[in-house]
Design a protein around this ligand. Structure first.
Ligand SMILES: C[S@@+](CC[C@H](N)C(=O)[O-])C[C@H]1O[C@@H](n2cnc3c(N)ncnc32)[C@H](O)[C@@H]1O
Length: 235
């Protein structure tokens, strides 16, 4: 059996690849990742804009404890065993790219423990930081500039170490830093441009420029972009 993790882009249904749609349409079973039962899934909405297919929900609990998370995933894999047992391909559409901070990795890890010959296929998608830079019309990095892609779930010291040595950065999950976001960014500055984009590509997208971009982010689907140099170039 093969798990096909499919990046479907960050929200704009026009940013799904032809390959992603083909692999979804071909799959024997399509799972849809939810953070909580009954909560709408962005990945599901993107897929539904193109394909009229059934999707089986699978909940990825937002917990920091890896053991509890894997236990919850295992329980669900077992619950839906009749749907996947004996099938060839199971697809999991995920937001953005399938290889970047994607929940698919946890599902694959747990599933492989009970199905050791489970294969993995990754279908790339457009990541949130690519759409975010496009939405604000700015090149992310040019020439020899160093771009850092970081998770806000890391500890502040580690984040600052990387931020102080890069020319541009895409900080994922800034909501995890809460009130610390402002000091982490300020202590690694000066930055010539700071933009936080929330729900990029979705109807309620928000673009927040300058210092307000560093206020504690309530929205999980937020990405912070930082540029050391004006317009991505040394001034
Ligand atoms: C689990 S990670 C998924 C990353 C995804 N695989 C990617 O390549 O973009 C979730 C994080 O991605 C970012 N993200 C995903 N979709 C987004 C969107 N539409 N707008 C802003 N940020 C988004 C946010 O930083 C969010 O906290």
């Amino acid at each position: 059996m093969k798990l096909v993790a499919i990046g479907v882009g960050p929200g704009d249904p026009e940013l799904v690849t032809i390959k992603a749609l083909r692999r979804l349409a071909e799959a024997d079973l399509v799972l849809v990742p939810l953070s909580r039962k009954g909560r709408p899934s962005v990945a599901q909405e993107i897929v539904s804009a193109h394909l009229d297919i059934a999707m089986e929900p699978i909940v990825f609990p937002m917990v920091t404890d890896e053991g509890a998370r894997d236990e919850a995933i295992l329980e669900q894999i077992e619950t839906i065993r009749p749907l996947w047992n004996g099938r060839e391909t199971v697809a999991l559409p995920v937001i953005g790219d399938a290889a970047l901070y994607a929940t698919a990795a946890y599902l694959y890890g747990v599933w492989k423990k009970i199905v050791p010959d489970l294969d993995l296929e990754l279908v790339p998608g457009v990541s949130a930081h690519s759409l975010a830079s496009a939405r604000v019309g700015a090149f992310l990095a040019l020439g020899t500039e160093r771009l850092a892609v970081l998770p806000g779930t890391d500890d502040a010291e580690a984040l600052m170490e990387t931020l102080s040595t890069c020319d541009a950065a895409a900080l994922y999950k800034p909501s995890a830093l809460g009130e610390d976001l402002a000091s982490v960014v300020a202590r690694t500055g000066p930055w010539s441009r700071m933009v936080r984009i929330e729900r990029a590509g979705l109807q309620d997208e928000k673009i927040i420029e300058g210092t307000p971009a560093l206020e504690a982010a309530e929205e999980y689907l937020s990405t912070l972009l930082l540029w050391r140099w004006t317009a991505g170039r040394p001034s």
